[in-house]
Design a protein around this ligand. Structure first.
Ligand code: AMP
Length: 288
């Protein structure tokens, strides 16, 4: 893989001018939005983007509007120099690392909000979160002018919410989902895994273990979605440091609740383990 030093851009107007030039030259732009502290999950999305476009922009922006007042905005890991190195190794051309004021100028009062899809799952546990996500993603799209943007299936609800925003606003950008990258024991990679104590880290495996057990049952013919969700809940709550927020089975495309598995569905979980909120999901493919 060729190594390029990425150009680091901090200003929206500079990125817009760059994007205009690339577009005028007929080149395709891919955007990978992140909050930094990059791990293999993020890097897999950058590699996927690399294969989809001539130019890849990775944004690194810890977006304050998607954090609740009691959440981890202040202590969220920030490691820009190391992130730029990681992205350089993949051949990313531009790292967009704006300040908060650059994305939200003083006096700013405009929001983008997707209703319905954001009511369930993570929505009630993180009021205002998805409004912050769609607002920042729309602003990143206006800044980088991508032809394609890549998001992780790890944040399954987020991916569907972004797809809905793009559809409803008829934004001219293709949304591509990348598969969840996991640690060797199955734990979905997350920048927040670093908060876990050794005990918490070990107990966090229960999320993925429970999902895998339920999927195996579904593949063996179990159709009762509520039963599968209950099994996952019980598996996780066996761990003393784990507290489940939700386990749900939803239609994989519309996120409507599913009672019987007669279509493609997603089995999604959120739990607080050792004080850290973790999410994970597995898609249950339609089986005959
Ligand atoms: P974040 O920095 O947490 O906002 O995540 C940035 C992007 O990386 C989002 O599209 C996430 O869904 C994606 N992502 C985070 N963790 C993973 C993972 N383990 N595998 C694949 N994609 C991920």
């Amino acid at each position: 893989m060729s190594r390029t030093e990425p150009r680091i851009v901090e200003r929206v107007d500079e990125l817009q001018r760059w994007a205009d030039r690339e577009r005028a030259a007929g080149r395709r732009i891919a955007l990978v939005p992140t909050m930094g502290a990059l791990h293999e999950g993020h890097l897999s999305l950058a590699r996927l983007a690399r294969g989809l476009a001539d130019r890849v922009v990775a944004s690194i922006f810890v977006n304050p509007t998607q954090f609740g007042p009691t959440e981890d905005l202040e202590c969220y890991p920030r490691e820009l120099d190391a992130d730029v190195e990681r992205l350089a190794a993949i051949g990313v051309e531009v790292v967009f690392a704006p300040s908060v004021e650059e994305i939200y100028p003083p006096g700013d009062s405009t929001w983008i909000e997707v209703e319905g899809l954001t009511d369930g799952m993570c929505g009630p546990f993180r009021p205002g979160h998805f409004r912050g996500v769609t607002t920042v993603v729309a602003r990143l799209f206006h800044a980088a002018k991508p032809h394609v943007a890549v998001f992780g299936e790890k944040d399954y609800q987020q991916l569907q919410v972004v797809r809905r925003m793009v559809r409803d606003l008829r934004l001219d950008v293709e949304i591509v989902g990348g598969p969840t990258v996991r640690e060797a024991d199955g734990l979905a990679m997350s920048s927040r895994n670093a908060y876990l104590s050794p005990e918490g880290r070990s107990q966090a495996r229960a999320l993925c273990a429970g999902l895998l057990e339920a999927r195996a049952l579904a593949q063996a013919g179990e159709r009762d979605a509520g039963y599968l969700a209950e099994l996952v809940r019980e598996r996780i709550e066996k761990e003393p440091l784990a507290e489940v927020q939700y386990v749900e089975v939803r239609d994989a495309a519309t996120l409507e609740p599913v009672e019987r598995l007669n279509r493609r569905a997603v089995l999604a979980v959120a739990a607080v383990v050792d004080g850290t909120r973790l999410i994970d999901n597995l898609v249950l493919e339609e089986t005959p």
